[in-house]
Design a protein around this ligand. Structure first.
Ligand code: G3H
Length: 192
């Protein structure tokens, strides 16, 4: 069995400011995670010469992958964070002020940000990524974003659709998934 390693990007400057979306670079803490992740991956995937690193097209994932050497890197638009549309770049506080209706709370799975996406939209656009992940024989490290990783994790861990928007995917933690005959096994490595 070959592992799939899922991780969010290291903490970004927008994470520190509490802003969603955007395309900011890493904070100093995020940079430290990128180095720790590189160390981990180089040890964990030593001798796995066909392994690859998949990121989104956003700076914070590309910069998180940066210190990892020795493996090919592939950027997928489908791994970009949920598009928050008119709320892109806002804090949750600002969103509350500007969009006082509670429809996202009521149905987070189906709520589509104006001019943006819903979780269901994200799940749908991930299909080609999942097909490609299933096809891989070598390990893959997926460096992406919270909403996207909720959906990917739910697929592999066989969690129901309605749970997806609420699954915890903490920063600076690697979720390792192994698919074997007896089902899916999961390990978590909290690097900081
Ligand atoms: O930028 C969005 C977050 O990563 C997803 O968080 O869907 O829980 O608001 P949320």
């Amino acid at each position: 069995p070959r592992p799939i390693l899922l991780t969010r990007h290291g903490e970004s400057r927008d994470n520190v400011r509490g802003r969603i979306g955007g395309d900011s670079v890493l904070s100093d803490t995020g940079e430290v995670y990128a180095k720790k992740l590189a160390n981990f991956v180089e040890k964990r995937l030593k001798n796995e010469r066909a392994a690859s690193i998949w990121t989104s097209t956003l700076q914070r994932t590309i910069l998180t992958a940066n210190p990892i050497v020795g493996f090919p890197k592939i950027q997928w638009r489908a791994l970009d964070e949920i598009n928050a549309g008119v709320c892109d770049g806002m804090t949750y506080e600002e969103i509350k002020k500007n969009m006082p209706d509670e429809s996202r709370k009521k149905d987070k799975l189906r709520y589509r940000y104006p001019r943006g996406e819903s979780y269901l939209d994200v799940i749908q656009r991930l299909e080609p990524v999942i097909i490609e992940l299933e096809r891989q024989r070598a390990p893959v490290v997926v460096i992406s974003h919270q909403a996207v990783l909720r959906a990917l994790y739910a697929y592999f861990a066989d969690r129901p659709l309605k749970e997806i928007p609420h699954i915890e995917v903490p920063l600076h933690t690697i979720i390792e998934i192994q698919m074997g005959v007896s089902g899916v096994q999961e390990k978590r490595y909290k690097l900081m």
